[in-house]
Design a protein around this ligand. Sequence first.
Ligand SMILES: Nc1ncnc2c1ncn2[C@@H]1O[C@H](COP(=O)(O)OP(=O)(O)OP(=O)(O)O)[C@@H](O)[C@H]1O
Ligand SMILES: [Mg+2]
Length: 323
Amino acid sequence: MTTELAIETNGLVKIFGENRAVDGVDLAVAPGTVYGVLGPNGAGKTTTVRMLATLLRPDGGEARVFGKDVVKDADAVRGLVSLTGQYASVDEDLTGTENLVLLARLLGHARPAARTRADQLLEAFGLSEAAGKQVKNYSGGMRRRIDIAASILNTPQLLFLDEPTTGLDPRSRNQVWDIVRAVVAQGTTVMLTTQYLDEADQLASRIAVIDHGKVIAEGTKGELKASVGAGSVHLRLREAEQRPEAERVLSAALDATVQLDPDPVALTARVNGHGTEQGAAEQAARALAELARRGITVDNFSLGQPSLDEVFLALTDRKGVAA
Ligand SMILES: Nc1ncnc2c1ncn2[C@@H]1O[C@H](COP(=O)(O)OP(=O)(O)OP(=O)(O)O)[C@@H](O)[C@H]1O
Ligand SMILES: [Mg+2]
């Protein structure tokens, strides 16, 4: 038996006027996982999700959700998916309970069942106290939680979460992450778009990085990190004035782009190390020796796996070079 993919796209395209917002995207998402779609503003994330959710018709290529074509079998796809949009759909003037009951009724639940489901979700999402308040009086975090609650009134096979935590404080983000984990534990597949690398790192088992409508990298977190080099060095200098020279020395010794951190004495650079950790350690040691030889004092040094942030910068760098 072959396992059916939750999402499969081949050469998916969406064009707005002259703008190829989605420009030949291939994706394969295994069921029961969180799949991260990561990209900067305007990369094409929402447009991709809207095509997969049948809200927008593709201009080219094809897409299937659990084997159903999003154009030819759009009705079947609609029965399988649920979408929490970047700009979501609960009614501001209704209370939390009223919103969920109304939506549950629209989904065909009888009134008592709708009320039970609404209460259950409000409780699970920590919104019981706010249940009787109008949604327009909710904080951003509460609002995002009620949006997600609304999208899982019926447990969907596939849930699209489009930037579910943009603008939330760290505590609210953590609550949303817990909700996502709980939803996946129920067997739902989640496609999560985000601009936050740590969010993808926390939740997603595989990640597609998209930019200008194209997938520029795809894989597990480990694969994406490994594709950028074996390691990453972080340095703190004694003197901020020595940073420009340290940058030159490091970029020559490591043959890599050196990133200047917001902290004026700190630098970060990727270490290729010919793909091995030992190679990376040797290369980093040579770079340190060269800094010492030039009289640059290093107060703190560490060598670690690159963060997804570094991966992202590296990928966009590489693209810049190629273009
Ligand atoms: N309905 C539309 N009409 C015209 N252009 C559009 C439309 N929707 C999106 N675009 C354009 O398509 C491109 C991709 O937009 P999209 O909303 O998919 O990006 P995104 O990755 O979701 O960005 P963000 O992180 O800002 O939400 C952008 O250049 C955007 O301006
Ligand atoms: Mg978007």
